[in-house]
Structures are given as C-alpha cells and as structure tokens.
Ligand binder design. Structure first.
Ligand code: CO
Length: 132
C-alpha cells in the first residue's frame, strides 16, 4: 500500500475548548487549525508532532459517529491515519486482500485531504484511515 508515515492520530473529545489546555499547556503543542467538517459532523483541531498530527474530534451533532463513540467508549483514541500516495489504489488493494471497507471510494476530509476508512473488524480493532 506504500504507506509513508502516520499522517495523524484521531482522538475523540467531548470539547475541543476543554481539551486545548492539556495539549497546549501541558504537552506544549500549538493548535494551528480548527475546522468544521460538516460531512462527518465534527469539529477538528490540529497539532503537529514532527510530520504526524494529532487531530482532536469533537462531535457537532448527537448523531455524529464521534458522539456515538464517546457514548460507548468514552473520550480517547478513535483512529489512526496512514499517508498513502493514492487512496483509491490503496482501497482496491485492501479490498482485494479481504479487508472490509467503510468507504468504497475516497471522500473529502479535513485539510483538503482525500480520505477513506477501513472497517475495524478487518483491522484488528483499530479504525484505520488512509489519506492522501
Ligand atoms: Co482522521
């Protein structure tokens, strides 16, 4: 699949505002972007850690998958995102190797990336995002 690095780690939080002090004051990271992703009914906040980012995900609607995740499992790590040169090709490869896909085709994520998710049933329990 030609993964180059971990693009970001997605972390579900109830409130970005309440989470910022930990990331900024304790960890010393700087939030460089806050963005609404209407598609996924979330607000996102980004921090850079080397070439990897931390993506905080706050639900903006009760029927957001992030709201359901927090309800079931509480706040915490939600997904890991790998950078690939071609999401479509990576999806085709994953499917041909028996992986269940959440997205059959890439869609638009935060920061203008093309993204797609693999089903955690096929990825040893880790919701996996591919992005380009
Ligand atoms: Co993500």
């Amino acid at each position: 699949m030609d993964i180059s690095h971990i693009e970001h780690i997605g972390i579900a939080v109830k409130s970005i505002a309440d989470s910022l002090p930990y990331y900024e004051t304790v960890l010393g990271l700087k939030c460089y972007n806050i963005e609404d992703v209407a598609d996924q009914k979330v607000k996102t906040a980004f921090f850079k850690v080397g070439q990897t980012k931390i993506e905080l995900l706050e639900p903006t609607s009760e029927d957001s998958t992030i709201a359901k995740f927090i309800e079931k499992r509480g706040e915490g790590v939600h997904h890991i995102a790998f950078a690939v040169p071609d999401v479509s090709a990576a999806l085709t490869e994953a499917e041909s190797k028996g992986v269940q896909l959440i997205d059959k085709a890439p869609r638009n994520g935060a920061e203008g990336l093309h993204i797609a998710f693999l089903h955690p049933k096929s990825t040893k329990g880790v919701l996996t995002e591919l992005c380009q």
